[in-house]
Design a protein around this ligand. Structure first.
Ligand code: C2E
Ligand code: CA
Ligand code: CA
Length: 617
């Protein structure tokens, strides 16, 4: 595979060679005129001029970015002939002038030949196929000339010329070796020896040009290892590096010969496949290959006595001549890969327009979300929590965003985006402060609640200013009467965090009188071990369990198990998403403590909630 640097290096030599021929060529013309060999010298110079035009055309016609593979090969072939013929022309002038030793022109001819050889050895050093024949074309006539002198000084000069030929070849070879090494370093990844991003993008760009030429298709696979960071964090970077090398080896073995694979960085790899005439066939091959790769990568690795397992997420995009920017295809594969990650990793997705629309929409939401707080578009609603007698005992605070530009955006959507972008810190602070304020107002108005539950995202909880901020709020809005009324709802994603740090944080918050509830219980990773270690006071049975209670006994058994388990751990239980009287009766029969759901009330505005309290206390 010839790299872009190689082509551009050769391309740069064309004007230099032309200049080195046209200008000294005038000197030869003058010498020819002085020594009565003007006509052959003139014909030779005309040939040099014609050759220079040819070179100029080759120089102008080169554009690496837009040329297809075939075009580039044809250009390179023509360029080789251009260089060979140039050297032949210089050998020709040597043969012409060397015969005129009576006029001492042979000195000029000999110097010319040596000079031209040095030029060929230095300017064409990047390409063995060019410098070797060129040096021979120029030096062999000289060697033969010295040999034909037939005297002792002729033999000595022959030996010198042979030595010089060897030195030129050796020097050009060494330079070539260095250039190749530098090229290898610039295009390969040090750790795995694979191609790097830089090379890959060049290659993809060239492939796209070829696909445009012949209306073909190819595929791009973006492969990201799942939870690779855990290996690095738990076993160290040395083991991580060794694992990456083994993965590289497996990838290279598994991939068809005509594919190119590169390491984009970290634990991300990218593959571009062979060329297809049919788009559908191309997608099928891509998916099939991805599935094979995923299965193969999942087999155990033994690294320094550790048995390791790793899975991968692959995003696929179909490459064709429809875009001129290689990065567009990589972006598409990236979108598809993130879709796999979002759906639980360890799989493959083919990019489609719908994905891209979603990403664009999310980007729009992200952009607008920055203005949501300053524009007062974020409001809070309160969904009643009731006890077994239907009496309101608390509320859950739920954020609402009614964007002036795109209308209402559901919280699970914007909260997710806020978490990814870090905006959750600012947003969370606002929600927290408003909730404390509301609780204070209600208390002052004589509405006594046992609890106000506030959803806290993990990123917010583990942010370094969070505890301090809660402490300040507690001091600002709390009196003894309010202490212990605020409940933070966290989700089972805590187990993905540094659990010891989270437990320390939770204890500090508990000292301020905050209680904790495990939200969406049963949907995540919670193990009994975590339930035991985390200082929580309450669990919320996820509404996905409550909504299917009436469907069969297995679902009922599930809910009963959670309720029993909570009792063993002495935790209060809230059933979320209660919509029917049947669900409520079932939960009541099994001693559930609190209820929340549309059966009682939808989330309400502050004013509506106060009214609801007056009617249901
Ligand atoms: P969640 O914490 O599980 O909140 C309960 C969700 O269930 C709310 O959806 C609520 O409107 C809905 N719900 C309550 N009762 C019923 C019912 O009987 N049937 C049905 N079908 N749904 C019911 P919402 O308000 O759309 O919130 C969705 C999620 O967004 C929340 O799930 C929570 O994870 C997140 N969220 C909402 N507000 C905040 C917030 O202020 N901060 C954070 N960090 N997350 C929030
Ligand atoms: Ca919640
Ligand atoms: Ca929930």
């Amino acid at each position: 595979m010839i790299s872009k640097r190689f082509y551009t290096f050769l391309h740069r030599q064309i004007p230099i060679i032309i200049a080195l021929s046209l200008l000294p060529g005038l000197g030869y013309l003058f010498l020819g005129w002085l020594n009565d060999i003007f006509t052959p010298a003139f014909v030779w110079y005309l040939l040099i001029v014609a050759e220079s035009f040819w070179g100029y055309r080759l120089y102008r016609n080169f554009d690496f970015e837009t040329m297809g593979e075939n075009q580039r090969e044809a250009w390179y072939c023509e360029l080789s002939w251009f260089f060979y013929i140039f050297m032949l022309l210089w050998a020709l002038i040597f043969l012409l002038y060397v015969r005129h030793d009576s006029q001492k022109l042979h000195y000029i001819a000999i110097f010319t030949e040596i000079g031209a050889s040095v030029v060929a050895a230095s300017l064409l050093a990047s390409d063995r196929k060019l410098f070797k024949p060129s040096i021979f074309i120029l030096m062999i006539p000289l060697i033969v000339y010295f040999l034909l002198i037939g005297a002792w000084h002729g033999y000595v000069l022959t030996a010198f010329a042979c030595t010089l030929t060897w030195v030129l070849l050796y020097a050009a070879n060494s330079t070539n070796h260095l250039l190749m090494k530098a090229d290898h370093q610039a295009t390969h990844d040090v750790l795995t020896g694979m191609y790097n991003r830089h090379y890959f993008i060049d290659h993809l760009q060239r492939l796209m040009n070829t696909l445009k030429e012949n209306a073909g298709f190819s595929y791009l696979l973006l492969l990201d290892l799942d939870h690779f960071k855990t290996v690095n964090d738990s076993l160290g970077h040395d083991i991580g590096d060794l694992l990456l090398q083994q993965i590289t080896h497996r990838l290279q073995q598994q991939l068809p010969k005509d594919t190119i694979v590169a390491r984009l960085g970290g634990d991300e790899f990218i593959v571009v496949g062979s060329t297809f005439v049919d788009c559908e066939l191309c997608s099928q091959s891509a998916i099939k290959l991805s599935e094979q790769l995923i299965a193969n990568l999942k087999e155990t690795y033994v690294v320094d006595q550790h048995h390791l397992y790793i899975s991968a997420s692959i995003g696929v995009s179909i490459v064709s001549g429809r875009s001129t920017n290689a990065n567009n295809f990589i972006k598409e594969a990236d979108i598809a890969m993130y879709e796999v990650k979002a759906k639980g990793r360890d799989g493959v997705f083919l990019f489609n327009e719908e994905m891209s629309d979603r990403v664009e929409k999310n980007m729009e939401i992200e952009r607008l979300l920055h203005f949501a707080l300053p524009n007062h578009e974020i409001t809070l609603q309160y969904q009643p929590l009731v006890d077994s007698r239907g009496k309101v005992i608390g509320a859950e605070v739920l954020a609402r965003w009614n964007s002036s530009a795109i209308g209402p955006v559901p919280p699970d959507k914007f909260i997710d985006i806020a978490e990814q972008t870090g905006l959750i810190i600012e947003l969370g602070n606002h929600i927290l402060e408003t909730s404390f304020q509301t609780l204070r107002e209600w208390c002052d108005a004589g509405i006594t609640l046992q609890q106000l539950s506030i959803n806290i995202s993990m990123r917010q909880l583990t942010h370094y200013t969070f505890v301090e901020q809660v402490e300040t709020l507690v001091q600002r809005y709390h009196c003894d009467k309010l202490c212990g009324k605020v409940v933070f709802e966290i989700t089972e994603s805590v187990v993905a965090e540094d659990i010891t740090q989270v437990i320390t944080l939770m204890h500090r918050l508990k000292e301020c009188g905050i209680r904790f509830s495990m939200d969406d219980f049963g949907t995540g990773y919670s193990s009994l071990n975590y339930l035991n270690r985390l200082p929580i006071d309450e669990v919320k049975i996820d509404r996905s369990f409550v909504s299917v209670i009436d469907q069969n006994e297995q679902n009922q058994a599930m809910v009963v198990t959670i309720l029993n388990m909570a009792k063993i751990f002495k935790l209060r239980v809230v059933a979320e998403g209660v919509e029917t009287i049947e669900q409520l009766n079932f939960l009541l029969r099994h001693d559930c403590d609190m209820f929340q759901g549309y059966y009682f009330s939808r989330p309400l505005s502050k004013k509506q909630f106060v009214e609801y309290c007056h009617n249901h206390s």
